[in-house]
Write a protein that binds this ligand. Structure first.
Ligand SMILES: Cc1cc2nc3c(=O)[nH]c(=O)nc-3n(C[C@H](O)[C@H](O)[C@H](O)COP(=O)(O)OP(=O)(O)OC[C@H]3O[C@@H](n4cnc5c(N)ncnc54)[C@H](O)[C@@H]3O)c2cc1C
Length: 392
């Protein structure tokens, strides 16, 4: 088939690599003059690792990432706020903290090697269709692409190919990369966080190569004030929450070193519209509390490639393949969107009662064996058996 992939992010690059490997003619369109990652660090969960393993890319990632055995958060009184042990799912299970640029580089290389073509500096404004339903892309300069048998929308949460209301949440975060701190408060195999209620928190996530991602919760409407108040005022706030975080802040001297990430939550009503298929954040975006977005993008891309391969790879079979893709992914997507929706106010909101209950219950509950296992399965991305659905 002739396939257009709109968006060279995690979902788009993965889909392009897999579809081009299967022999389809793939063109990737992105607005950036050169493909580039956005953001700081992320966790490739066990489900995402399984996809990378199936693509033959796992070892390259593992060599440059930090294995995380535990996600651990305390409040200012030392009570447990989050306590996830990956090993509750079996010895040798871990999350992989990684610089986003590393995952991006590996996927970009896979897409290029597989023969996918790139059209850079193309800002996509919409989609048009021929009478027989073949889509083409409309660009903001008024030009259009050729028609394709299939258009994969991997444009992320701001996709121009879907209509959605305001999906942005009240809270986001500031992120930066720092040298991995050398203090017992920051074990190299744990994501560590400190919380005051749910509106004030900071975290340190090891991402390999002696680096860590440092993040700080901020209200979306508080960003301008944060810049105006200056870095020193902010550092004092961080140290009030987390007195041992001084070493993390040493390298930060300019607000431009911090990336402001706006978090969003939305689920598009259906992933398929004729010969257009929405994957990754374009289909479903969630705040990164559960650390699933990149993993869901990998799962979507892999499921799409499997569904197309199983349908016989011909343009005439594309509709059947897209139905199979929808079947493979919908349950898992709905489940995780619901869990994320339920968890977000507990960890990022103005709420007072919910965080108080959280601080009271999480410590004792999270060490009870069935809960320990359930929490690990949620974070690993395994609830709902997404891998089995695609034969992994
Ligand atoms: C701060 C932060 C931390 C996160 N942590 C984690 C984590 O630990 N684990 C995890 O799994 N997930 C995490 N996520 C979520 C994860 O990053 C996203 O879910 C994932 O990047 C989605 O991939 P995507 O390919 O769908 O979209 P994106 O990565 O957003 O890619 C979209 C691409 O489309 C291009 N594009 C957009 N609009 C246009 C246009 N109009 N024309 C042309 N090109 C366009 C963009 O340039 C980009 O290249 C985090 C997210 C944030 C913000």
């Amino acid at each position: 088939m002739d396939i257009a992939v709109a968006g060279a992010g995690i979902a788009g690059l993965t889909a392009a690599a897999l579809l081009a490997r299967s022999g389809h003619r793939v063109v990737i369109y992105d607005q950036l003059p050169a493909p580039a990652p956005v953001g700081s660090g992320l966790i490739v969960q066990p489900v995402g690792q399984a996809i990378l393993r199936a693509m033959g890319l796992f070892d390259a990632l593992r060599a440059r990432a930090a294995p995380l055995r535990r996600l651990n958060a305390l409040n200012t009184r030392g009570q447990t706020v989050l306590n996830i042990h990956y090993e509750a799912l079996g010895e040798g299970t871990y999350g992989l903290g990684v610089h986003r640029a590393v995952l991006f580089e590996i996927l970009l290389n896979a897409a290029e090697v597989s023969g996918a073509n790139f059209e850079r500096g193309r800002e996509i404004a919409g989609v048009e269709r021929t009478p027989d339903g073949r889509p083409c892309l409309k660009f903001s300069d008024g030009e259009t692409s050729p028609n394709f048998d299939l258009l994969v929308d991997a444009l992320g949460v701001r996709s121009a190919l879907i209509s959605r209301g305001d999906a942005f949440l009240k809270f986001g975060a500031l992120w930066t990369n720092i040298p991995m701190p050398n203090d017992k408060d920051f074990p190299p195999d744990e994501l560590t966080q400190r919380y005051r209620r749910a509106d004030c928190s900071a975290g340190v996530m090891p991402i390999g190569e002696a680096q860590a991602a440092f993040f700080w919760t901020i209200r979306q409407d508080g960003y301008d004030d944060w810049r105006r108040n200056g870095i020193d005022a902010w550092k004092r706030d961080v140290l009030r929450l987390w007195p041992n975080a001084g070493e993390c802040l040493e390298q930060v001297s300019d607000p431009d070193q911090m990336i402001f990430a706006r978090y969003a939550h939305h689920t598009h009503r259906a992933p398929v519209d004729g010969r257009v298929v929405h994957i990754g954040d374009a289909w479903h975006a969630a705040s990164p509390q559960l650390g699933q977005g990149a993993n869901m993008a990998l799962l979507d891309a892999y499921a799409l490639a499997v569904a197309i391969e199983e349908s016989g790879d011909a343009a005439d079979d594309a509709d059947g393949a897209l139905s199979a893709f929808t079947m493979m992914r919908t349950r898992h997507v709905k489940l995780y969107q619901a869990i994320s929706w339920a968890f977000t106010p507990v960890y990022q909101s103005d709420a007072r009662l919910l965080p108080a209950l959280r601080d009271w219950l999480t410590g004792p509950l999270s060490e009870a064996p069935p809960v320990r296992k359930l929490l690990a399965a949620i974070v690993a991305g395994k609830l709902g058996g997404p891998l089995k659905a695609m034969g992994l």
